[in-house]
Design a protein around this ligand. Structure first.
Ligand code: 5GP
Length: 118
C-alpha cells in the first residue's frame, strides 16, 4: 500500500495559495496551472482539489470530474498554441518518476521536430 497523503506537498500549498502559481482554470473540484519547469512551451498541470497521493489511491468519482478538465485544456492548448500533438501523462510513486505527491496530470504540447526538455 502507498504511504499516506501529505497535506504539505507543493500542490496542496498551491491550492491553499501559500505559494504562487499561474492559474489557468479553476472550478469547485479542479485546478489547472502552468508547470514551473515546462518540458515544452505550454506545459500545464491539472489537479483535483481533493487530496490523493496519485492515481493509485484516487477516488474514481474524483477522476470522473478531473478528466473532462484535462480534455478541455488539452484541446484548448492544441488550438491556442498550434501544437501538433498533446502528451497527457502522470506518474505514480518515486520509482515511476513522481516527485510531487498530489495527483496531477501533465498536459504537454508537442511540436514537430521539437524534443521535450528533460
Ligand atoms: P511529477 O511529480 O509528475 O514528476 O512532476 C511534478 C511536476 O511539478 C514537475 O513537472 C515540476 O516541474 C512541477 N513543479 C514542481 N514544483 C512546482 C511548483 O512549485 N510550481 C509549479 N507550478 N510546478 C511545480
Amino acid at each position: 500500500t502507498s504511504p499516506a497523503y501529505d497535506p504539505n506537498n507543493i500542490f496542496a500549498k498551491i491550492l491553499r495559495n501559500e505559494i504562487p502559481s499561474v492559474r489557468l482554470y479553476e472550478d469547485d473540484h479542479t485546478l489547472a496551472f502552468m508547470d514551473v519547469m515546462p518540458q515544452s512551451p505550454g506545459h500545464l498541470l491539472v489537479i483535483p482539489k481533493e487530496g490523493s497521493r496519485n492515481l493509485l489511491d484516487a477516488d474514481p468519482a474524483v477522476l470522473a470530474r478531473t478528466m473532462p478538465v484535462v480534455q478541455k485544456l488539452a484541446v484548448a492548448a492544441k488550438e491556442a498554441l498550434d501544437a501538433d500533438g498533446i502528451l497527457v501523462t502522470q506518474f505514480n510513486e518515486l520509482t515511476a518518476g513522481q516527485t510531487v505527491f498530489h495527483l496531477h496530470f501533465h498536459v504537454i504540447p508537442r511540436y514537430e521536430g521539437v524534443s521535450l526538455r528533460p
